[in-house]
Design a protein around this ligand. Structure first.
Ligand code: GDP
Ligand code: MG
Length: 297
């Protein structure tokens, strides 16, 4: 049988289990390499090497982000990215909020896309089987999915079927990337994302959407066997800066501590993390600042 390869995008509302599935398929939390991206527009999240095929999972920036101008750019980018993959895995969870968010994604993004799309209903460990049928029917009326697969990413159930189904729509192709390579997100980007995640976790209302994070300095200190990281949390208003810093600096300290733990896990060494908060008014409205903040490829 001929070797197959291609690009796969996993999309869906926040928290439905996309990262869990990716990690389960790759059998590890994505390992880090700092190789440069070999394709210009795709951000690779992970590469799965099997004897008969190579799957390149790519990130679709923008599905489900904030409002205003930046969002329009993200929707456009997301739809463009989706057009260029070989297979889309569209994930929902069988609970009311997840279902309604899923419908929104179908109408905003998927309805414009012609790529083969597989519906994954995740977290089926949490519901009874009879509840599945109406969901399967309802979603298959909204979009012509090529297949519908109930899975549990967490319990690693149904994943073989996911791979089989992907293979059915994957073209013949070469191994694009060497077998050892697992991702092309740089360490700096991953660290910035970790900090952003923590900052979002600790804030409410409009603040999370106004946050952008950039690692400005990354320096190894061999004699102390540690890494110094200087990172900036950007927000749009002074009031938001106040929120991020918190009373007597408590918030920023918490964000820093949580981030540092995770970064130390990632890098496998001690980390000295210094966080700065800066205001960049209306950065979401201004395309020129997106590249500066590492948001535009
Ligand atoms: P993402 O935002 O779509 O990437 O979602 P995550 O992968 O971060 O998962 C969100 C939450 O759902 C986490 O707490 C996961 O442990 C949980 N989760 C993911 N898959 C499953 C599943 O199959 N069953 C259950 N019960 N929980 C899951
Ligand atoms: Mg995720």
């Amino acid at each position: 049988m001929a070797f197959k390869s291609g690009f796969v995008s996993i999309i869906g509302a926040p928290n439905v289990g996309k990262s869990t599935l990716l990690n389960a398929l790759l059998q590890q939390k994505i390992a880090i390499t700092s190789t440069k991206p070999q394709t210009t527009r795709h951000k690779i999240k992970g590469i799965l090497n099997l004897p008969e095929m190579q799957l390149i999972f790519i990130d679709t920036p923008g599905i489900h982000e904030a409002s205003i101008e930046y969002n329009k750019y993200l929707v456009k980018l997301a739809v463009e990215t989706l057009q260029e993959v070989d297979v889309i895995l569209f994930m929902i969870e069988p609970f009311p909020w997840g279902l309604s968010e899923g419908k929104k994604i179908i109408s905003t993004y998927l309805s414009q896309v012609k790529v083969p799309c597989i519906l994954l209903i995740n977290k089926v460990d949490k519901i009874a089987k009879p509840q599945l049928l109406p969901i399967i029917e309802e979603f298959n009326k909204l979009y012509p999915f090529k297949a519908t697969l109930p899975i549990s990413a967490k319990k690693q159930a149904g994943l073989e079927d996911v791979l089989k189904e992907i293979a059915a729509y994957l073209p013949e192709g070469p191994r694009y990337y060497p077998e050892g390579l697992i991702t092309d997100i740089t360490e700096r980007q991953l660290i910035a994302e970790i900090i952003r995640e923590k900052a979002i976790e600790y804030t409410k209302e409009e603040v999370p959407y106004s946050i952008a994070t950039v690692v400005e300095e990354y320096r190894e200190i061999p004699e102390k066997k540690m890494v110094y990281i200087g990172a900036v949390i950007y927000v749009e208003k002074d009031s938001q800066k106040g929120i991020i810093i918190g009373k007597k600096g408590k918030m920023i300290k918490d964000i820093g501590q949580m981030s540092r733990k995770e970064i130390e896990n990632l890098l496998g060494c001690k980390v000295y993390l210094e966080l700065f908060v800066r205001v960049k008014p209306h950065w979401r409205r201004d395309p020129r600042t997106w590249a500066e903040l590492g948001l535009k490829q």
